[in-house]
Design a protein around this ligand. Structure first.
Ligand SMILES: [Zn+2]
Ligand SMILES: [Zn+2]
Length: 421
């Protein structure tokens, strides 16, 4: 069976996350999106854990589902944990780690254990005074079936290989517990092609998740598995195997759209392609730039741009449907018209992943008009341009070539296809 999974999400109990995220709305959204399995997010938070216990029950295969409901969405207990510690170089390191657990009982036990290192109730994403290695130790000690992986590997502030952490390998970041790390999350600002340039990452499986802070962002990145049976162990097994028979593909955000792709300074509205500039200094304020994901990948890459390994998991780029509609209609994603078109498309044509990747363009045009259909066709064919994101600012999509005639803007842009030469 084909299984689409988004294993890193957040609940209403995490900092800066939507109040609307609860078990019911998550299950409903998962079905709209075409997601079969979603992380619970924030599972160590006592109030969220209580809510999950009230609302969810174990299905026949040991995964979680809405209690007394025929909603097909399944939940895996999951949490993102920030570890804060001093590295060997005496600098403070902050690394975000994702943890998957087989059961809510495990979550309760782990929540008690990790409370020694920081508050479990202050934030759905606990901030713990312990090293990343000590975290892996505590998690694996509690249950050998638990699964830990570095979140958004390259992002500047909290990625294990990001600029601020200063680690140059997963081994450096996780020390002797690296033996328990089998996968990493590529994050929104990088895609497989970028990661394939770093041979040291070959031994880990690349996985892709949304890291959603609000429901419309669920599934903006995801993993597609082929499993005999939908169980916790079969999902982990498929990730560890890193073989295309069981791990069919990842669905990826265009990395230029991610908010840490280029180097830059948000406050100064200044960004730079690290390939064009040696100096990482802001031309506006003169201070050091926030070093983006592309820069870090270039620093650690030992293979040329465009390198494709033999045994690789395929991927596709996607732009979330709500962003496509918002672009086509020149209205923000929060306007009623944009939301209405989204609902009409889902009601008429099926789930979002199918609409983005499989439904006929003519059918989409009949329901939503030629402009939206053209945008989706252009995304599928990678015929779009993006002004790359930087320093916390998302990239700007151009799905219909509207900016092509505005020379002053065009020269700041880079065609997506340029990145894949
Ligand atoms: Zn994070
Ligand atoms: Zn600046």
């Amino acid at each position: 069976m084909r299984v689409v999974a988004d294993l890193h999400v957040h609940s209403k109990f995490a900092m800066a996350c939507s109040e609307a995220i609860n078990p019911d709305s998550m299950a409903f959204t998962a079905v709209e999106k075409g997601i079969d399995v979603v992380g619970t997010g924030d599972v160590l938070h006592p109030m969220w854990l209580k809510e999950l216990r009230d609302k969810l029950e174990v299905d026949d295969n040991g995964l979680y589902k809405l209690r007394a409901s025929d909603n097909p969405a399944r939940f895996v207990p999951s949490v993102e944990i920030s570890t804060i510690f001093e590295g060997g170089d005496k600098r403070i390191k902050k690394i975000h780690n994702c943890v998957l657990l087989p059961s809510l009982e495990d979550a309760e036990a782990l929540s008690k254990e990790l409370a020694k290192y920081g508050s479990m109730s202050a934030d759905g994403r606990p901030q713990l005074q312990m090293s990343a290695a000590a975290l892996v130790d505590a998690v694996m000690e509690m249950d050998k079936r638990a699964f830990v992986f570095p979140a958004h590997l390259w992002t500047p502030y909290f990625g294990a290989l990001g600029e601020m952490s200063g680690f140059d390998s997963i081994k450096e970041a996780y020390e002797d517990r690296e033996k328990d790390i089998h996968a990493y999350e590529s994050g929104l600002s990088s895609d497989p092609k970028m990661n394939w340039r770093v041979s040291a990452l070959d031994k880990y499986t690349l996985i892709s998740n949304s890291d959603m802070h609000s429901l419309p962002n669920m599934g903006r990145e995801s993993n597609v598995f082929e499993l005999e049976k939908l169980t916790y162990d079969s999902i982990i097994g498929a990730i560890k195997a890193n073989n295309v028979d069981r791990f069919k593909q990842t669905v990826e955000y265009y990395p230029e759209e991610g908010k840490y792709h280029y180097d830059g300074h948000r406050e100064c509205h200044y960004s730079v392609n690290p390939e064009d500039s040696e100096a990482s200094v802001c031309k506006v304020c003169g201070k050091k730039l926030v070093i983006g994901v592309l820069h870090r990948v270039n620093d650690l890459a030992d293979r040329p741009v465009g390198y494709t390994p033999k045994n690789r998991i395929p991927y596709v780029h996607a732009v979330p449907l709500i962003e496509v509609i918002s672009y086509a209609k020149k209205k923000t994603r929060y306007t009623q018209q944009v939301k209405d078109i989204y609902s009409t498309l889902i009601e008429s044509l099926g789930n979002e992943l199918d609409i983005l990747s499989a439904v006929g363009i003519d059918k989409i045009a009949q329901v939503a008009g030629d402009d939206i259909a053209q945008c989706i066709e252009n995304v599928r064919n990678e015929k779009i341009t993006i002004k790359p994101g930087y320093s916390g600012v998302f990239g700007e999509l151009d799905l219909l070539g509207r900016d092509r005639h505005q020379d002053n803007r065009a020269n700041r842009q880079k065609s997506v296809s340029d990145f894949f030469k």
